[in-house]
Ligand binder design. Sequence first.
Ligand code: SF4
Length: 465
Amino acid sequence: MNMLYAAPPRVDPWRRVGDWLFRHRRHIQLAQWTVVSLYLALLLVPLFLPLPDRTATVWNNLTRFAQLMFWGIWWPFVILGTALVGRMWCGLLCPEGALSEFASRHGRGGAIPKWIQWSGWPTAAFAITTIYGQMTSVYQYPKPAALILGGSTVAAMAVGYAYGRNKRVWCRYLCPVGGVFALMAKLAPLHFRSDPVLWRLSQERGDKPGAVDCAPLVPLRTMRGASDCHMCGRCSGFRSAISLARRSPNHEIIHVAGTVPKPAETILILAGLLGLAVGAFHWSASPWFVSAKQALGGFLIDIGWFAPLEQALPWWILTNYPGRNDVLTIADGALLLAYILASAIALGAILSLSVALSVRCLGQWDARRFHHMAQTLIPLAGAGLFLGLSAMTVTQLHSDGIVIPFVAELRAGFLLLATIWSAYLGWRVGALYTESPGRRMASMVGLSFAWGIAAGSWILFFWIW
Ligand code: SF4
């Protein structure tokens, strides 16, 4: 007898990963509490130890080890990881998110007030913590690290306790790095896809699957991007319509990011990551900062006002470690603040002009297009942030005798790839708004100023200064 055999349908392996996350929530919680324990130990124990001396290394000194973990490994590689696998860090490992959700589970479950839902919080919180971190030398000393990270954790728990039930209101609306992660996740080649057709079919069948406990409050049915999703897997398989799936890393920026203009994200990209963050990395190496400091010093001496040159402030306002010969005076602090803010304003304005020029070249002025085109700079913005943060990793390891080979070549390659990626996205987004090749080319010329400035600021930092 001739038997016809139908092979079972192949299940996408990524779908299985999503389903695995769904089934293993307990294991995920165990991992989260392990990270919480490590996080608290690395944050708190160094507070009770003397500051590391010159012989201390990451291998024999917990404070140095904690510095490397927080600023050399965690921060840069979570940024990179988010661009590779979405916000899995947030959903599966982040100690702050886990603690906030825990507090929410046992809290008073209040309604989320309107002021918390203001879309500008992630951008504002990123700017404030970046500036404050520089003022207090958060990367070098345990006390400001405990104040900034610990303060953020306490606030996350308080918000969790006050609002929502089993939710992560803090992560969704207020986390200082949530805005950066939301941008980076747009580049991820993985996402939880919600299929509207399968969803409708499930409704028509009369499925009653219950509710999904989505902690960051993502609207599951209309979810189109990966920005808000924490990749926790709790919705995997819901209504047979949601699954972990591959996608093009260009997809979200080209096809989703332009549908709803997000001015707060535009500010975060142009003035935040490509402006303020650049100033925060630059100032300590900048010859312009040194010149400005000398000019300010000379001016204050000329007018006989010495106090700003001599007076320091408590460590929780401005770096103040006389034993380490590391003290910022009031004049230093004011200049630092001015340098970072001037970077944000100047770079943000020039980049905005460049993006505006490219949009105008595509046709009539349109604010929605402007916000969409700004999103094409996300690869460059993310690459710059990663390079700036990983410079600390390289320096910290180098001081302990670990030399990473070909660092300059790797940096140059990374920057070049990010520039090409941003250019490609600009080209594809331009095609959505005009069919004229001439207009698209002109738009690219407009955008090229932005690429030059974004890449140039890191060339200055790594190769010229
Ligand atoms: S949409 Fe919500 S429940 Fe689904 S994976 Fe993302 S964060 Fe988890």
